[in-house]
Design a protein. Structure first.
Length: 251
């Protein structure tokens, strides 16, 4: 390949990345990679350490729930909430969706363009990939998984939610956790991992370990959109899923 052709390829790749970022990231319009590594048969390789480690732990609800609280009440409050500046740019607040007695609570960062438009969490290519990853360890949002975000309203241009925005919104997530009482939490990406673990460490340092969030096993891993950008992250993400699986009953 000539140097000129190579330079042009690099330029096109850079322009594609910029375009994706401006258009809402890889939540929009990207081809899904083949995820052959997410093979349910490979689960036998997983360690059996974590389930035993958490056998005696007891759940500590992050908040005292208001009387008669419910997921529907939280969704309704978020829909009219104006506690932070993200309210002004949203089309819809995205509270969450899934099974009301979940094995796993997946926590992402915040809605993207598609989520803002549809009112549903993790839709578009990243959401499809998440569904595929969950299915590989026997999970689905219709049967045994709930999906929520740190902030319920879309940050403009898909920027990271600011610390004050995260803090303003956290009460909703705390109530969701107290109602759902999941058996394990998957923090999908750096922002939820840092928020839940109260740290500034990068996701590379936080992943691959089993954490304790108020008595609930927590695994942090890469956001599916990062896997769409970089296929080399698929292998460590699969290791994280296997670790999550071992924290579940009958792993
Ligand atoms: S992000 Fe959360 S705190 Fe901010 S306006 Fe939306 S629901 Fe309210």
């Amino acid at each position: 390949m000539s140097e000129d052709t190579n330079d042009r390829k690099l330029l096109y790749t850079a322009l594609e990345l910029i375009e994706d970022s401006l258009a809402g990231g890889y939540r929009l319009g990207r081809r899904l990679p083949a995820f052959a590594e997410f093979d349910p048969d490979a689960l036998s390789e997983a360690s059996d350490r974590p389930a035993a480690a958490f056998a005696d732990s007891s759940f500590v609800a992050p908040v005292d729930l208001p009387d008669n609280d419910s997921l529907a009440a939280i969704a309704a409050e978020a829909a009219r909430c104006r506690k932070c500046r993200l309210a002004s740019g949203r089309s819809r607040a995205v509270s969450g969706e899934g099974a009301e007695r979940p094995l796993v609570l997946v926590i992402g960062e915040g809605p993207g363009a598609e989520e803002d438009r549809t009112g549903r969490p993790f839709v578009g290519p990243a959401g499809q990939l998440l569904d595929k990853m969950l299915a590989a360890i026997g999970l689905s949002r219709s049967a045994n998984t709930y999906i929520a975000n740190i902030v319920k309203c879309r940050p403009p241009m898909n920027r990271d939610p600011a610390p004050d925005e995260q803090a303003a919104c956290m009460a909703y997530l705390d109530r969701q956790i107290a109602l759902l009482r999941p058996r394990a939490i998957l923090a999908a990406g750096r922002i939820p991992a840092q928020a839940l673990l109260s740290t500034k460490e990068g996701i590379g340092k936080l992943r691959g370990k089993l954490w304790d969030y108020r008595g609930v096993p927590l695994v942090a891993s890469y956001h599916p959109s990062a896997l769409l950008r970089n296929e080399e992250l698929k292998r460590p993400a699969w290791e994280d899923l296997k670790l999550l699986k071992t924290a579940l009953p009958d792993a």
